[in-house]
Design a protein around this ligand. Structure first.
Ligand SMILES: *Cc1c(COP(=O)(O)O)cnc(C)c1O
Length: 468
C-alpha cells in the first residue's frame, strides 16, 4: 500500500498542524502570520504534487521538525531579499546594476538627516514663503558651472524629456547623425525625441557634421538644436563635429536654443585620473550653450538625479512645465546632492571624500599591495583553489568612458576540482553579497571599487563561500 499515492496523501501533515509547530509560531512573530501561512501552504502543496507524480516517496516525507526548519529557512531567505549591501568586485566603478555612484559620507549623513525629520525643502526659512525646491542647490550649481540658473529632476532621462517637452513639442529638434545613440535600457535618442512629441531632424553624417549642416536645417519649425555626448561609444578616423562655440553663436543669431546632453556630469577635468576627455559642465556653459544637462550619479558621484543648468528664462520655462512636477526629486536626494556639491567647492576635498574620485585616484601600486596581501592570506586558507594577484583594468562604466580602462589589480581564483560559476553564485548569495566576474573559467575579483575596510570582508566571504 505504501506506493499508493492516496494513502500517502493522508500522511501529509496538515497546514493547521504545521502552523502550530513552535518553530513556525516563532517565525510568525518575526515575519507575520500571512507570510508564514503562505509559506506553509506552498510547502505542503509542493509535497502533495510530488507525491502525486511519484517524485516523492511516502517514506521520505520529512518529519515535522525538518519540514518546519525548511519553511523557516525559505522565510529567512525571502526576508533577506530586499536591497542588500554588495561588495563591488566587478572592476566597473559606476555599475548601474549596483546603484552607480556610492555617496560621500557627508552626502549620506545629510540624506539621513533629511530622511529622519522635517526640512526646508520648499520653504524659505528667512521669509517664511514657499519656494521652488531646486532653489536649495541652485546657488551651488551656478557657482560650480558658471550658469545663471539650475533645476533638478529625477534623472538625466527625465531632464532630457522635460527640456524636449518644454522647447520642442510639435517642433523640430536638430541632431547630428553621429549622435543618434542608444545609452541602453530604453534611452535611444530618436525614440526619446518622438516620445515627447518632437520631430527629429538629423543633419550631417555618422562621422562628420559641420556647423553649416545645422545652419541649413534651421527654419520656422525648429524648436532646439540638441548636442548629445555619445557617452558609451566612440567614432575614430575621418571625423569632424561642429565646434560648440560656433554652434552657440549660430543658435544665438538664429534665436533657437542650443541644448547639450553631456551625460556623465563631470564637474572637474577627468584627465587628472588618466581618463579621456569628458565634457565638463562649465566648459559647455562657457561655450555659450543655453541648457546643459547631466546625471547626478555618474561622474559627479552624487545621488540619482538629472541636473539642468543654463539661462534663467529657459530654466524658468522648464520649471513651469507640468511634467516638472512628475519628475520632482525628493528631499533625501536634494540633501545628498547639496552635500556632494559642497565638496566640489574645494576640488581636493571632493577627491578625498567622493568614493568614485577616491577610487580613481588610487595608485596601482596600492591596489597591487592590497591584492597581493589578500592572495597570500587566501592561499593558506583555501583548499583546491589557485589564488593569483594579477594586473587588470578597471572601468568607469555607467555609460561613461567605455574604452577607458584604468590600470588596476585583481584576485584571480581558478580550480581544477571546483566549479568557478558555482563559487561566483555562492558569493552573490552571501552576506555581504560579493559580485565579481567570471572570465574564461576564472573568477576575477577586482579591488578598485572596494572601500579599504572591505578587503577583509571580501577575504572572509571567499573563505566562507569556498567552505560551503
Ligand atoms: C547616462 C546618460 C543618459 C541617461 O541618464 P540617466 O541619469 O541614467 O537617466 C542620457 N544621456 C546621456 C548622454 C547619458 O550618458
Amino acid at each position: 500500500m505504501s506506493n499508493n499515492p492516496n494513502a500517502a496523501l493522508r500522511n501529509l501533515p496538515s497546514i493547521t498542524t504545521l502552523l502550530e509547530h513552535p518553530t513556525l509560531r516563532e517565525a510568525a512573530e518575526q515575519y507575520g502570520q500571512v507570510a508564514v501561512t503562505s509559506a506553509v501552504r506552498s510547502a505542503v502543496d509542493h509535497l502533495r504534487s510530488d507525491l502525486q507524480t511519484g517524485e516523492q516517496a511516502i517514506a521520505q516525507i520529512p518529519p515535522p521538525q525538518q519540514l518546519a526548519d525548511q519553511i523557516a529557512k525559505t522565510l529567512l531567505q525571502q526576508d533577506a531579499s530586499g536591497i542588500r549591501p554588495v561588495i563591488n568586485a566587478t572592476g566597473i566603478l559606476l555599475h548601474t546594476g549596483l546603484g552607480r555612484a556610492p555617496l560621500a559620507k557627508e552626502a549620506a549623513e545629510a540624506a539621513e538627516q533629511a530622511a529622519r525629520g522635517y526640512c526646508n525643502v520648499e520653504l524659505d526659512l528667512a521669509s517664511g514663503q514657499r519656494t521652488q525646491r531646486s532653489k536649495v542647490v541652485e546657488r551651488l550649481l551656478c557657482e560650480l558651472t558658471g550658469a545663471e540658473a539650475a533645476h533638478v529632476v529625477n534623472n538625466n532621462a527625465g531632464a532630457t524629456g522635460l527640456i524636449l517637452a518644454t522647447l520642442a513639442t510639435g517642433r523640430e529638434v536638430i541632431v547630428s547623425h553621429g549622435e543618434l545613440i542608444e545609452i541602453g535600457g530604453g534611452f535611444r535618442v530618436p525614440e526619446v525625441i518622438s516620445a515627447y512629441g518632437a520631430i527629429l531632424r538629423t543633419v550631417g553624417t555618422t562621422n562628420r557634421t559641420r556647423v553649416d549642416d545645422y545652419a541649413n536645417a534651421i527654419g520656422e519649425q525648429t524648436g532646439a538644436l540638441l548636442v548629445v555626448h555619445p557617452s558609451n561609444y566612440h567614432i575614430t578616423g575621418f571625423t569632424e563635429h561642429a565646434d560648440l562655440q560656433e554652434l552657440a553663436a549660430l543658435a544665438r543669431e538664429q534665436k533657437v536654443p542650443l541644448v547639450h546632453d553631456i551625460g556623465s556630469g563631470a564637474l572637474i577635468d577627468f584627465r587628472q585620473f588618466g581618463c579621456a576627455d569628458e565634457p565638463i559642465a562649465s566648459a559647455s556653459i562657457k561655450a555659450g550653450v543655453d541648457l546643459v544637462f547631466f546625471s547626478g550619479d555618474k561622474l559627479l558621484g552624487g545621488p540619482q538625479c538629472g541636473i539642468i543648468v543654463g539661462q534663467r528664462d529657459l530654466i524658468e520655462q522648464v520649471t513651469r512645465h507640468p511634467l516638472s512636477r512628475a519628475l520632482r526629486v525628493d528631499k533625501i536626494t536634494l540633501a545628498a546632492l547639496h552635500a556632494t556639491l559642497k565638496l566640489y567647492r574645494t576640488p581636493e576635498k571632493a577627491r578625498q571624500a567622493i568614493p568614485l574620485l577616491r577610487f580613481l585616484s588610487t595608485p596601482q601600486e596600492d591596489l597591487k599591495n592590497r591584492t597581493d596581501r589578500l592572495a597570500e592570506q587566501l592561499r593558506t586558507k583555501l583548499e583546491g583553489w589557485e589564488v593569483q594577484s594579477e594586473p587588470d583594468e578597471a572601468f568607469v562604466g555607467g555609460g561613461s568612458l567605455p574604452q577607458q580602462g584604468v590600470p588596476s589589480y585583481s584576485l584571480v581564483l581558478t580550480s581544477a576540482e571546483h566549479c568557478v560559476e558555482a563559487l561566483a553564485g555562492r558569493l552573490r548569495a552571501g552576506e555581504p553579497a560579493v559580485v565579481g566576474r567570471v572570465q574564461q573559467g576564472r573568477l576575477v575579483l577586482n579591488l578598485h571599487g572596494l572601500f579599504e575596510e572591505q578587503d577583509e570582508l571580501l577575504s572572509q566571504a571567499v573563505v566562507a563561500a569556498t567552505a560551503e
